[in-house]
Design a protein around this ligand. Structure first.
Ligand code: NAD
Ligand code: UDP
Length: 317
């Protein structure tokens, strides 16, 4: 049995990861300050004697004897990470320093949840890991993008200088049950708007693209990466190469929810990337044939059902 620390474990992805790690017979410490996550996401795990929930902010040092660390703590949705940009960059940078320091001290393996945002508004399409990106260092997305880029640098430097066993994955847009319905990301926004019969808010002309990955595929990739041989440190892209415009996504969701919602067009936020699609050859080769298994229709159906239940239980209160 391994003892595994998951920072940001009460968030959307973190809660799925904690669940899976417990199912595989590990002991899990879930650390979170509940900025964008909630106890509700992990309440079903609290009866498990091998699960521990700790309220803690990763910008402060933390100590525990652990074998592995998954570092996920960081708000991921633009409205939330832009709410307090200084705190966002502190979370990425000081959080990385604190968790790498812990990994060094207890000789734990540590995985960083990096992001496709390190490619910024990419000029190379699709994006391989070798692309250095096109990131504005002083824009409204910079606190997140540059924070994550600096965290990657810190991971590499702790590895090269102190032999810390590191793993870096670059996660592309991921969706699924337990995404905060109010967090402002496109999948949760469109589904909630469609279910409530409200206008669907398309930013810009809606021709920008994203590649959407279902959360179970990501968790599988994360665990395979953590368990891959020590010499393979990444960075490696983990995403689903299926690429869709925001109009295509909206139309799909309207159809699946049989909604009467109409599309309305709003201003495109500053520095919003025009296109994004991962090259996943490296993950396929190194992670024993890892491949996304859940296509967008199936994943959206599961996510729509989750939000339908959420709305029903809200109505019942
Ligand atoms: P999320 O907002 O649901 O989860 C982030 C969690 O981190 C939340 O529980 C939040 O409360 C916690 N947190 C934030 N600041 C903290 C701090 N200072 N100390 C302790 N905990 C803190 O978002 P998510 O989608 O689950 O993302 C998880 C990780 O994956 C993030 O690091 C994010 O950057 C990365 N990622 C996600 C996506 C995606 O599409 N979902 C894409 C790329 C990268
Ligand atoms: N978007 C949109 N309507 C919304 C929310 C987002 O059109 O209500 C667009 C947003 O401008 C971006 C894409 O959807 O082009 C994905 O946005 P999200 O915040 O989910 O992820 P990110 O931009 O970080 O990839």
């Amino acid at each position: 049995m391994k003892r595994i620390l998951v920072t940001g474990g009460a968030g959307f992805i973190g809660s799925h990861l904690c669940e899976r790690l417990l199912r595989e017979g590990n002991e899990v410490i879930c650390l979170d300050n509940y900025f964008t996550g909630s106890k509700q996401n992990v309440v079903h795990l609290l009866n498990n004697p091998y699960f521990e929930l700790v309220r803690h902010d990763v910008t402060e040092p933390y100590f525990a004897e652990v074998d592995e660390i998954y570092n996920l703590a960081c708000p991921a949705s633009p409205p939330f990470y832009q709410y307090n940009p200084i705190k966002t960059i502190k979370t990425s940078v000081m959080g990385a320093i604190n968790m790498l320091g812990l990994a060094k001290r207890v000789n734990a393996k540590i995985l960083q949840a990096s992001t496709s945002e390190v490619y910024g508004d990419p000029k190379v399409h699709p994006q391989p890991e070798s692309y250095w990106g096109n990131v504005n260092p002083i824009g409204i997305r910079s606190c997140y993008d540059e924070g994550k880029r600096c965290a990657e640098t810190l991971f590499m430097d702790y590895h090269n200088q102190n032999n810390v066993k590191i793993k870096i994955i670059r996660i592309f847009n991921t969706y699924g049950p337990r995404m905060n319905p109010n967090d402002g990301r496109v999948v949760s926004n469109f589904i909630m708007q469609a279910l409530k019969g409200e206008d669907i808010t398309i930013f810009g002309d809606g021709k920008q693209t994203r590649s959407f990955q279902y959360v179970d595929d990501l968790v599988e990739g994360m665990i395979r990466m953590m368990n891959s041989e020590d010499a393979f440190i990444g960075p490696v892209n983990i995403g689903n190469p299926g690429e869709f415009t925001m109009i295509e996504l909206a139309e799909k969701i309207i159809k699946m929810t049989q909604s009467n919602s109409k599309l309305v067009f709003q201003k495109l936020p500053q520095d919003d990337p025009l296109q994004r699609k991962p090259v996943i050859d490296l993950a396929e080769t190194i992670l024993n044939g890892w491949n996304p298994m859940v296509d967008l229709n199936d994943g959206l159906q599961k996510t729509i059902s989750y939000y339908e239940h959420l709305l029903c239980s809200e109505e019942a209160i």
